[in-house]
Design a protein around this ligand. Structure first.
Ligand code: MLT
Length: 225
């Protein structure tokens, strides 16, 4: 059975596969960092926590209100993560890493359009799947629901909750449209544009740019082999 949560909530489902989505931009950043050789991406809740973890070969990264906090190494633009080979990334973001912190399951994955097919393929090996849309400040985010629908569509799975069917129907309506234009009209897309991050919208709209499966371990997200 596939379920979609339009907003994050506490999940305590040891045996479910949980797929967290924050297209703009946290999970797109996690996917990009791992695809470009980062050793791990460690999601943390607060800026203070991230700062305490700073050491050699560890980059502290993320955003608040879309902007890189003071003394951080990198912000939350996926395109900043193209030269991170062998680095450990500590990442804190407003919504994405918060959604991740609410999940307690043995199999937690990060998904975005950037790694759509590899995640939808692995969904077929799970009995129960919960796709968590990170949303934005407790509001549903169009880009995350579109991505959840695309994951459901691509997986071909048929046992769907009503929420999963809603996401799937949205994606079926949208899939022939220009995805970067759709992301750009979302609330978050409009805000990113205002802050000068239009390039990120186009970047995050690329389907299957990468084949990495980020899986959450005690060492953070690493590439599943
Ligand atoms: C978040 O986690 O809230 C987002 O990734 C924010 C952003 O666009 O940087």
């Amino acid at each position: 059975m596939v379920d979609v949560l339009f907003l994050p909530k506490r999940i305590d489902e040891k045996d479910a596969c949980v797929v967290v989505v924050d297209v703009l931009r946290a999970t797109s950043t996690i996917v990009t960092a791992l695809a470009n050789g980062a050793r791990a991406v460690i999601p943390v809740r607060t800026v203070a926590q991230a700062k305490r973890m700073k050491k050699q070969d560890v980059l502290i990264c993320g955003e608040r209100q879309g902007i890189k906090p003071q003394h951080f190494d990198l912000g939350n633009s996926p395109q900043e993560y193209l030269n991170v080979a062998d680095k450990e990334i500590v990442l804190t973001t407003t919504n994405g890493t918060k959604a991740i912190s609410m999940v307690n399951s043995r199999r937690v994955y990060a998904a975005a359009f950037l790694n759509l097919t590899v995640i939808s393929d692995l969904m077929r090996s799970c009995e129960k799947i919960t796709i968590v849309c990170s949303g934005q400040d407790n509001a549903v985010a169009l880009e995350d629901v579109l991505c959840a629908g695309a994951l459901v569509y691509q997986s071909g799975l048929k046992k769907l909750t009503d929420a999963a069917q809603i996401a799937l129907r949205l994606w079926k309506q949208a899939k022939r449209k220009d995805l970067s234009k759709l992301l750009a009209i979302s609330q978050h897309g409009r805000e990113l544009k205002k802050y000068g991050f239009s390039g990120d919208i186009e970047f995050c709209a690329q389907i299957d740019k990468y084949k990495v499966i980020p899986v959450l371990t005690k060492d953070g997200f690493v590439v599943e082999k």
